[in-house]
Design a protein around this ligand. Structure first.
Ligand SMILES: Cc1ncc(C[n+]2csc(CCOP(=O)(O)OP(=O)(O)O)c2C)c(N)n1
Length: 354
């Protein structure tokens, strides 16, 4: 099981909504109804899209895909906590975040279908590319945060990673530089229990990942990553703090990846049914639904409407991405920033008229 116990008095563990949707009144962020609705809608859309991507991959219509089921609260809570001016440094697991930042879903599909065009995002979205090499995004984010600081721009960076990424040197270099240079940085580690098949306990002997912040003189907190109210309010607080020059924060969001690591993985080989059932009961969408219901903001009709809308958005996006005709020359163009003479020659040979 992933650890949920806080490091003795030094690191707090925060949860606002329990698994049955009951709220801790002392921590209630009192978000407006409109924002609660948005959080819920995006989580439902994320799950609908995720299921579709998995099905597309299984039927040969999409290449490798990294499922997000179980981690919706982290992705949606983080996305809505950001200001437009802030910059994000996501991994393969957070591609849906691009949609909340303004990218059309069909373009994100294109990326997973192997077409570079899909991942050419408008610079105004302030999104860095999805990091596939583990942990490289952390030092990039600190460099960008340092640049923001030097330029006097009031914005922060939010970088994402998994529990496995904290075993890479890049993670530690980044936290160290962020503290020393006092950059406007927030680090979000989704502790989903595994780095592919490697369990969290094999990454580190530390009781929590959050406590690693202490070594670098920055703040650390462990939160319930399946509680969208907690994710949203913790990240918002951390970003406000970073933008105000009041320090950096490492947030460890404890969660669980319900599906495979990617479509190339079979989780049945390294985890058991009871563990999955334990986390199914802690589902981020279910508990938020119960909370909204208790507040009179959820009904069957509302659910039906949202499901239909999500399904239509996803199906329209699939139709558009499948109709897209990429330029086959892209196979050669995107290998390096500038094509080598060899590649130029190969491209010409391929496309010259016979
Ligand atoms: C530098 C590097 N080493 C190894 C890999 C292969 N790899 C891909 S995903 C992964 C596990 C990452 O686990 P974690 O950071 O916990 O993130 P999660 O996938 O669980 O979200 C590994 C080792 C890689 N992509 N990059």
């Amino acid at each position: 099981m992933p650890i949920t116990k806080a490091f003795e008095g030094k690191i707090d563990y925060v949860q606002i909504l329990d698994k049955d949707g009951n709220i801790d009144q002392t921590l209630d962020p009192k978000l407006p109804d409109e924002l609660l609705d948005k959080l819920y809608r995006f989580m439902v859309l994320a799950r609908t899209w995720d299921k579709k991507c998995l099905a597309l991959q299984r039927t040969g219509r999409m290449y490798t895909y990294a499922p997000l089921e179980g981690q919706e609260a982290i992705i949606v809570g983080a996305a809505l906590a950001l200001n437009k001016e802030d910059w994000i440094f996501p991994t393969y697991r957070e591609s849906f975040l691009y949609h909340i930042r303004g990218a059309e879903l069909w373009k994100i599909n294109l990326g997973w279908m192997g077409m570079e065009d899909g991942l050419k995002l408008d610079k105004s979205m302030h999104c860095f590319p999805l990091a596939i090499p583990i942990a490289t995004q952390f030092p990039h984010s600190v460099g960008a945060a340092y640049a923001l600081k030097q330029k006097g721009i009031k914005a922060a960076t939010l970088s994402f990673g998994g529990d496995g990424s904290t075993s890479e040197g890049d993670f530690h270099d980044a936290l160290n530089f962020a503290g020393v240079l006092n950059t406007p940085s927030v680090f979000l580690v989704s502790n989903n229990g595994f780095a592919i098949s490697v369990p969290r306990k094999w990454q580190t002997k530390s009781e929590t990942i959050a406590q690693k912040a202490l070594a670098y003189g920055i703040k650390g907190v462990q939160i319930d990553g399946n509680d969208v109210l907690c994710v949203y309010s913790t990240i918002k607080r951390a970003l406000d703090m970073a933008r105000d020059g009041k320090g950096q924060m490492l947030i460890e969001a404890v969660t669980y990846r319900m599906g495979p690591h990617t479509t190339a993985d079979d989780p049945k080989k390294y985890r058991n049914e009871e563990e999955v059932a334990y986390w199914r009961e802690r589902d981020p969408i279910k508990r938020f639904q119960l909370y909204l219901k208790g507040r009179g903001l959820w009904s069957m009709e509302y659910e039906q409407r949202i499901l239909e809308e999500s399904s239509k958005l996803v199906e329209d996006a699939v139709a558009k991405s499948e109709a897209y005709q990429p330029d086959p020359k892209e196979i050669f163009r995107y290998v390096f920033a500038n094509m080598t003479p060899d590649l130029e020659e190969q491209m010409q040979q391929c496309f010259e008229k016979k």
